[in-house]
Design a protein around this ligand. Structure first.
Ligand code: ADP
Length: 501
């Protein structure tokens, strides 16, 4: 090749390498159709198998956080409505649900699971509209897993003797269940399915910003001919939840939400005979050793914190990288972050959807400032953000100290704080230096290291060479301020039974 040609070739390669994939390569829009979605203008409370108006006649709006537009009005349940729902649940428990055979209970759960699968697309679109999460996630994670929890627990209904060998499992009565907005339908399934399988009835209070899929689930219960009163759904905000925890005829409270509200609930239960499980906040450590497969680890880190906008209690929000690979890994991570697409939750290419509410966005933004004030370095890719709606660019903080608030407090957004370590002892010490203990991840190619480290980290769920993988057969729950009790797996049935020998 002549010298001139060679130089031209070199210049071409150089300019090709300069392509910034996030700005120079745009995907065409790939929106999921919402034409088939049927949403009512107004939703009532679901009590005793029917939709009924709230006693005080009050409704609140649920909005689409990606557009700031109203999706529907939803009933605000009061103390009186909670009382009606608890009475319905008690009557259904005594007259029907505790009387029918375990096999029959299982049949209802299987039927509900199958209808959820039939309606999966509709449920996924509604979930993304109401919560802001990308359709790819609601389609592949939230809805299939929610149906899987019903399938899994349906199988246990007539096999409780095998779940608790040598013991006799009795149902406990009426369960009051309060759920958050990050996985609305999935959390409802996590709570309702084991309660029903074990023979209990339910009053569920969905989160005020994401009530729609729970109300769709109520329609599925009607379609499945679930006896009236077995599950009641009372929408509303914190006051409605507090009324449910206070109600004297509730036998068990299951709560998922913030540690602050969890503490309040725990206090309100002191001196009562109510059982409880609390699944609360987290600040989970994702630990990358120098012998890890780095490109896979980068995907795991991205999945661990930016998945679902970081609205995940077990998000890997504290990254610990072994010093020898830190520079390389952070460069790879930043390059990968440049390619993330933030935007329309209904677009199939979207990686990071909308933040669920204005209040949550403001909380996240306050931490973006706190990080800088604390002396950390902030990195955000230069991605475009839609004009209206609640959005946050994926954010990485380096030069973080263990004492920084961004390394200690739960942000519940797409914000990752990075620290380095040299030795195994150091990283275990740092990972455990937190008031929380929900989850964590370890990346290394040495199996023995995985087992040694995971046995020393005080967290309920630990992933090795992966992150944020869920399965209905696996128990989930926390240590310390991340809560008490387990959900999922056979462990998830314990809180819903009384065991006799
Ligand atoms: P988050 O910070 O994730 O919104 P919260 O703990 O505030 O979590 O909310 C989780 C659930 O708890 C929601 O359904 C909410 O309405 C409910 N809730 C809020 N305050 C109370 C309370 N005092 N008692 C019972 N439930 C509550």
């Amino acid at each position: 090749m002549k010298k001139k040609q060679k130089m031209q070739k070199k210049a071409e390669i150089k300019s090709a390498l300069k392509i910034n994939f996030s700005t120079d390569w745009k995907y065409d829009p790939a929106p999921e159709s919402a034409d088939h979605i049927k949403l009512e203008k107004k939703y009532d409370l679901f009590i005793n198998g029917k939709f009924v108006a709230p006693k005080k006649g009050k409704y609140f709006e649920t909005i689409n956080p990606a557009k700031e537009t109203k999706l529907a009005e939803v009933a605000e349940g009061t103390e009186e409505d909670i009382d009606t729902a608890v009475r319905a649940a008690r009557s259904a428990y005594e007259k029907i649900w505790s009387k029918i055979s375990a096999r029959e209970r299982g049949k209802y759960l299987f039927r509900i699971a199958r209808i959820m699968q039939e309606k999966a697309r509709e449920l996924a679109v509604i979930e993304s509209l109401d919560s802001g999460k990308p359709i790819r996630e609601s389609k592949t994670v939230d809805i299939p897993l929610a149906a899987a929890h019903f399938f899994y627990n349906a199988g246990w209904a007539d096999k409780l003797d095998y779940a608790f060998p040598g013991r006799k499992a009795h149902s406990i009565g009426v369960a009051g269940q309060i759920i958050p907005w990050n996985f609305p339908l999935l959390m409802a399934a996590w709570k309702i399915a084991p309660a029903l399988a074990a023979g209990n009835t339910v009053v569920l209070k969905p989160a005020e910003t994401t009530p729609l899929t729970a109300l769709k689930l109520a329609e599925i219960f009607q379609q499945a001919d679930l006896p009236p009163g077995v599950v009641n759904i009372v929408t509303g905000a914190g006051a409605t939840g507090a009324a449910l925890t206070r109600h004297p005829d509730i036998d068990k409270i299951a709560f998922t939400g913030s540690t602050d509200i969890g503490k309040l609930i725990m206090k309100s239960l002191v001196g009562t005979n109510k059982k409880y499980t609390l699944e609360l906040g987290g600040k989970s450590a994702n630990i990358i050793f120098e012998d890890a497969a780095l490109d896979q680890a980068v995907e795991g880190i991205i999945n661990g914190i930016f998945f679902n906008q970081g609205h995940v209690c077990c998000a890997g929000s504290r990254l610990y990288v072994q010093e020898s690979i830190a520079k390389n890994l952070i460069r790879k991570l930043k390059d990968r972050m440049e390619t993330l697409i933030v935007g329309d939750p209904l677009d199939k290419n979207t990686d990071i959807g909308a933040i669920n509410s204005k209040a949550q966005l403001e909380k996240i933004q306050s931490y973006l400032t706190i990080g800088i004030e604390e002396g950390a370095q902030r990195f955000q890719p230069a991605c475009d953000l839609p004009k209206s709606g609640y959005w946050c660019r994926p954010t990485l903080f380096t030069d973080v100290a263990q004492s920084h608030r961004i390394a200690q407090e739960e942000i519940f957004g797409p914000v990752l704080s990075v620290q380095t370590f040299r030795t195994v002892e150091e990283v275990i010490e740092k990972a455990n230096n937190t008031p929380y203990g929900l989850a964590g991840g370890v990346w290394t190619d040495k199996g023995a290291k995985v087992f040694s480290i995971t046995s020393q980290i005080r967290a309920g769920v630990l992933w090795a060479n992966t992150y944020n993988k869920f399965d209905p057969t696996a128990p989930f729950g926390g240590y310390k301020e991340s809560g008490m009790g387990r959900e999922g797996g056979v462990h998830g049935l314990y809180p819903y039974v009384e065991l006799a020998s």
